[in-house]
Design a binder for this molecule. Structure first.
Ligand code: ZN
Length: 331
C-alpha cells in the first residue's frame, strides 16, 4: 500500500473520529481515584450547600428578604476567607434593572413591569505576578424563591456552584496564584443573566485585563459521573488544558453544548444559558462547568439531600485543579 492510500485511510480514520467527536460529547476516562488531585474540604462543601438551600434563605429570589440574607451571608464568608473587597461598595456591586412581562395580559395578575434592586458579591485574591491578567470565577447565588407558597431551594441550581466558588476562594487564599483571581457570586441570573451583564458593563473588569472566565452552574448530581466543560469550540486552546486536567480528576469531563444544535451532535447550545454568556459577548474566553439537565431542575425537589456527595466532591476537586492549571498555563 502507498502512503497516499494510507494517508487517505488515515485521514478517513481521523475524519470518522472528528465526525464522532461532537456527537453527544466526548468522554475521557476518569483517572484512577488515587491519582486524582484533592483540594477541597468536602464536609465544608456540603455545609455551604445546605446553608444556601435552607428554608431560611427562601429560595434566594433577587430582591426578596431571602435573597438579601444570602447576599449578607456571602459577604461575611468572603470576609472570613480573607478575600479583598472588589465590588463598588466593599464586596457588593449593587445594580438595578426593570423587567417587563408580556404575560401580564393573561389572567393571574402578573405585573407587567417589575423593578429590581440587586447586588453581586465580589472578592479578589491578589496574584504573585504583577502583569498577569485576571481569572474570573463566577457562580450565581440567586434562584426562584417561593412561588404560590412552594419553596424552590435551588440546591443544585446554584447553591452547588456557589459552594465550589467558596472552596476555590479558600484554596487560593491559602495558595497564592500567579494570576489575580476575581470571585463573583452573581445576582439575578434567573432573571436574564443580569448580574453578569452588570459586572461586564461596569468598570470593575476592563476587557484587556481579563484572561478568561470560569463559570460554575449546577455541579452536584449526575448518574453517569459526568460533567460538561462548555466553551472549547469557541476557544480551542482550552481543550488540551482540560484533557490534562482529566488525568488528575475522578469525574468524566465531557466537551460540547457550545455549538448550534445542528452542528453540536444534537446537543443544545449552552453558550448563552448562564453567566458566561455576557463574557462571551465581550470576547472573553470562557469555560462553563455544568451537569446535563435532570428532573429536579427548576422544581421544588432540587434539595440538598438529592446531592451525591462523592460526585459533587469530585467535581469540586476537578474545578480547583482546572483553575490551578489555567493559572499555570494561561498568559
Ligand atoms: Zn443556574
Amino acid at each position: 500500500m502507498t502512503s497516499r492510500v494510507r494517508v487517505v485511510l488515515l485521514s478517513l480514520g481521523v475524519a470518522a473520529l472528528l465526525i464522532q467527536a461532537p456527537l453527544g460529547g466526548q468522554a475521557a476516562a476518569a483517572s484512577a481515584v488515587d491519582a486524582a488531585a484533592r483540594h477541597v474540604d468536602r464536609a465544608q462543601l456540603m455545609r455551604d450547600v445546605e446553608t444556601l438551600a435552607a428554608t431560611t434563605f427562601e429560595g434566594r429570589r433577587t430582591g426578596t428578604p431571602g435573597g438579601l440574607k444570602a447576599r449578607q451571608w456571602l459577604v461575611d464568608e468572603f470576609r472570613a476567607i480573607g478575600l479583598q473587597p472588589a465590588g463598588t461598595q466593599g464586596y457588593s456591586q449593587p445594580f438595578t434593572f426593570t423587567t417587563r412581562d408580556a404575560r401580564a395580559v393573561l389572567p393571574g395578575g402578573r405585573p407587567f413591569r417589575a423593578d429590581y434592586a440587586a447586588a453581586n458579591v465580589i472578592g479578589r485574591v491578589p496574584g504573585r505576578e504583577i502583569r498577569a491578567r485576571l481569572l474570573v470565577i463566577t457562580a450565581h447565588y440567586d434562584h426562584l424563591g417561593i412561588r404560590d407558597g412552594v419553596l424552590f431551594p435551588g440546591a443544585d441550581d446554584n447553591a452547588s456552584g456557589v459552594a465550589v466558588l467558596l472552596a476555590a476562594a479558600r484554596h487560593f487564599a491559602r495558595n497564592p496564584p500567579r494570576h489575580p483571581i476575581v470571585l463573583a457570586a452573581l445576582d439575578a441570573e434567573e432573571l436574564g443573566l443580569r448580574g453578569a451583564r452588570a459586572l461586564i458593563d461596569s468598570a470593575l473588569l476592563p476587557r484587556s485585563a481579563v484572561a478568561m472566565n470560569i463559570n460554575l452552574d449546577m455541579l452536584s448530581h449526575n448518574d453517569r459521573h459526568e460533567i460538561f466543560a462548555a466553551g472549547t469550540s469557541h476557544t480551542p486552546w482550552l481543550r488540551p488544558l482540560l484533557q490534562e486536567v482529566q488525568t488528575r480528576a475522578s469525574v468524566n469531563i465531557l466537551f460540547g453544548h457550545d455549538r448550534p444544535i445542528y452542528r453540536g451532535g444534537g446537543l443544545e447550545d449552552w453558550t448563552q444559558s448562564s453567566d458566561h454568556g455576557p463574557f462571551h459577548d465581550a470576547g472573553i474566553p470562557f469555560v462553563y462547568f455544568g451537569v446535563e439537565d435532570h428532573p429536579a431542575y427548576h422544581t421544588s425537589t432540587d434539595t440538598a439531600d438529592r446531592i451525591d456527595p462523592r460526585f459533587f466532591g469530585d467535581v469540586a476537586d476537578m474545578t480547583v485543579e482546572a483553575v490551578r492549571t489555567f493559572d499555570l498555563r494561561v498568559e
